[in-house]
Design a protein around this ligand. Structure first.
Ligand code: DAT
Ligand code: MG
Length: 151
């Protein structure tokens, strides 16, 4: 199935602290995904807990919430055909030590917790995460190069 989708992507505090925001955005941009939302915020505890609620019972949960609320993140919405899986491929495996070079985590990460970036893992999480991080909605706009990205 090839559907037009929008996915939620977030540069985590370690990616911001390490000065990788531009490098990360560049990879989504040059791939051909379309930017439809972008903001930098320091997430509140409530926001972090809602975002990672699915991991509430995991041993790393408290550390994860502390990490995500520790400083600025860059929240983004990217659109394109199969954008959810395309973004996950660009991001790479959860553990940076196992992620393939060429992926963001494979190129820049050495850790599982400090893994630089989040990307929605399916249609349901994409829509709930977009609603959570972009309650104001995302942008509708026509990109002039569209006809050179998709045949
Ligand atoms: P992903 O971010 O690749 O979708 P996930 O949804 O399984 O991975 O986990 C969410 C985040 O939680 C992950 O990006 C980093 C953290 N995490 C996962 N497993 C962990 C572990 N075993 N130890 C520490 N942090 C972990
Ligand atoms: Mg996940």
């Amino acid at each position: 199935m090839s559907d037009m989708q929008t996915t939620f992507v977030m540069v985590k505090p370690d990616g911001v602290q390490r000065g990788l925001v531009g490098e990360i955005i560049k990879r989504f941009e040059r791939k051909g995904l379309k930017l439809v939302g972008l903001k930098s915020i320091i997430p509140s505890e409530e926001l972090a807990e809602e975002h990672y609620g699915v991991h509430k019972e995991r041993p790393f949960y408290n550390g994860l919430i502390g990490f995500i609320t520790s400083g600025p993140v860059v929240a983004m919405a990217w659109s394109g055909i199969d954008a959810i899986s395309v973004a996950r491929i660009i991001i790479g495996a959860t553990n940076g030590r196992e992620a393939i070079p060429g992926t963001i985590r494979g190129d820049f990460g050495m850790d599982i917790g400090f893994n630089l970036i989040h990307g929605s893992d399916g249609e349901d999480t994409a829509s709930s995460e977009l609603a959570l991080w972009f309650p104001e909605g995302t942008m509708e706009w026509n990109r002039d190069i569209e006809g050179w990205v998709y045949e």
